[in-house]
Design a protein around this ligand. Structure first.
Ligand code: FAD
Ligand code: NAD
Length: 466
């Protein structure tokens, strides 16, 4: 039986990054993955394929709606070839997952294909292509998550679908009903409305993106409404039924009235849940909480001290970069280092266009915590760069402590915000004040100038260009 310093179960961004960091730190490392491709949800059916389709559909929208204003005329009809678009997405996925194979070889990490399950705290059984058993001094559980469902919905995976199926549809829906106005619903809803589908978003809470700053929800809601999407907030879904090619969604509105939506596809995007099926965690003494997550302490250690868990399978945001940070943290702890993650500074991004991005506290959280704060906001439409490219929707909002001026939260919606948020994270990591950001130079003309201007507005209400 082969013996390892560390075995990692699951090869998503949590697992494969943990494996690389363990190997870099000199540990003999194995990774076990039940599917034939590495990369987990993120690379196979999550971040990467969804961004490929968002990019393709964005190009289509640019070509059909915005090229003309730039003086670009395309004779004849511009059409979507969905089959080709999905094939390109798959090629991007294949190239990316292939890259992880390369990284495993480069770092001399042994890869086992099969379902990993605990025999005890130091032995893992592998069932599948690489059948067998290995011994590991330490194990990192990185088994990720799967889509959640509502108890009364039967997912047929043809017309009543999750994100996994929505990434490989064979036709453009005529009317897609999206249950859940969170990240997945809005990203994939936008992919399909851009290609001509009517999209109805049915959200239980009183606003889309209910966990983000309310200002961002309001602005993105406007964008979807402008695209003629029906945004049905404060609607509680009661049933979903399929009749032939038709899907009927029944919900109750705020007034208690019954409302019915008829479409040809229904995307269920009401969150994801931790995945531990088949792991046999109990055999190793690992505890699972009532949400189905693996219980860990601040060091990501489970109830069994040589077993750790990271990523979507534990508490916290279900984000690839959060999983990666946790993978690195556990590896470094195993090597005797003292790493630390500031969870408040894990950014959140929605890759719609305009992009939505945030880090730190929202206004709602600061109010609840009774922190006195000031707000500096700057609209993209006042930026030369935004007008030059025609991307004038959105704003940057900086929340700073009223007394100390320390930046407590940055919330933005607009072009390239997914990348711009890195500046806010850096500033907050170094505990910058709004005035610090306002005083350093930002290249002109850039979208990043909106951050400087919002910081100026927060400092002494002295933005220059409004
Ligand atoms: P996962 O990526 O879920 O990987 C877990 C792996 O473990 C899987 O490969 C699974 O097969 C394997 N596994 C499970 N049990 C076993 C077992 N017993 N034996 C062997 N293998 C096992 N996050 C972002 O940060 N940015 C985005 O843009 C983004 N977009 C997303 C879009 C979609 C449509 C979806 C669904 C998710 C998106 N996410 C995004 C979330 C992101 O994918 C997850 O947060 C991330 O993949 C979690 O990583 P992980 O390593 O914890 O688990
Ligand atoms: P989510 O938590 O972002 O959104 C789910 C939405 O469904 C919420 O707005 C919630 O109020 C709503 N909802 C819940 N029950 C409902 C009901 N009965 N009826 C109507 N609405 C209901 O979850 P998601 O969009 O499914 O995404 C799952 C996870 O994947 C998220 O945690 C997210 O972090 C991750 N993800 C991240 C990205 C990204 O980083 N860009 C992209 C996709 C997914």
């Amino acid at each position: 039986m082969k013996s390892y310093d560390v075995a990692i179960i699951g090869s998503g961004p949590g697992g494969y990054v943990a494996a690389i960091r363990c190997a870099q730190l000199g540990m003999k490392t194995a990774i076990i993955e039940k599917y034939s491709t590495l990369g987990g949800t993120c690379l196979n059916v999550g971040c990467i394929p969804s961004k490929a389709l968002l990019s393709s559909s964005h190009h289509y929208e640019e070509a059909t709606k915005h090229f003309e204003a730039h003086g670009i005329e395309i004779p004849g009809d511009i059409k979507v070839n969905l089959e080709k678009m999905i094939a390109r997405k798959q090629a991007v996925v294949d190239q990316t997952t292939g890259g992880i194979d390369f990284l495993m070889k480069k770092n001399k990490i042994d890869v086992y294909e099969g379902l990993g399950s605990f025999k005890d705290a130091t032995h893992i059984k592998i069932e599948g292509k690489d059948e067998g058993e290995i011994e590991a001094k330490n194990t990192i559980i990185a088994t990720g998550s799967k889509p959640s469902n509502l108890p009364f919905i039967e997912l047929d995976k043809e017309r009543i679908i999750t994100s996994t199926e929505a990434l490989k549809l064979k036709e453009i829906p005529k009317h897609m009903i999206v249950i859940g106005g969170g990240v997945i619903g809005l990203e994939l809803g936008q992919v399909y409305y851009r290609m001509g589908a009517q999209v109805t978003v049915v959200e239980y809470m009183d606003r889309i993106l209910p966990t983000m700053d309310a200002g961002l929800s309001k602005e993105l809601n406007k964008v979807f409404k402008k695209a003629k999407c029906k945004m049905m907030v404060s609607h509680k879904v009661k049933s979903v039924e399929r009749k032939g090619d038709e899907v009927i969604v029944k919900a109750e509105n705020k007034k208690g009235e019954d409302v019915e939506f008829k479409g040809d596809y229904c995307l269920v995007s009401v969150g994801r849940k931790a995945y531990t099926n088949g792991l046999n965690a109990e055999a190793a003494g690992v505890k699972i909480n009532d949400k189905g997550q693996i219980e860990v302490n601040d060091h990501l250690q489970t109830a069994t001290k040589n077993i750790y868990a990271i990523g979507d399978v534990v508490r916290g945001a279900m984000l690839a970069h959060k999983a990666e940070e946790e993978g690195v943290m556990v590896a470094e702890q195993l090597a005797g280092q003292k790493p630390h993650i500031d969870y408040n500074l894990i950014p959140g991004v929605v890759y719609t266009w305009p992009e939505v991005a945030a880090v730190g506290k929202t206004e709602e959280e600061l109010k609840e915590e009774k922190v006195e704060y000031k707000v500096g906001q700057f609209p993209f439409k006042a930026l030369g760069r935004a007008r030059a490219s025609g991307d004038t929707d959105g704003f940057v909002k900086i929340l700073a402590d009223k007394k100390t001026d320390e930046v407590l939260g940055v919330h933005m919606i607009g072009a390239r915000c997914a990348d711009l948020i890195a500046e806010a994270v850096t500033a907050m990591e170094f505990r910058a004040s709004a005035e610090d950001i306002a005083r350093y130079s930002h290249a002109h003309p850039t979208f990043a100038e909106a951050i400087k201007e919002a910081a100026l507005a927060a400092t002494e209400d002295r933005a220059l260009h409004v």
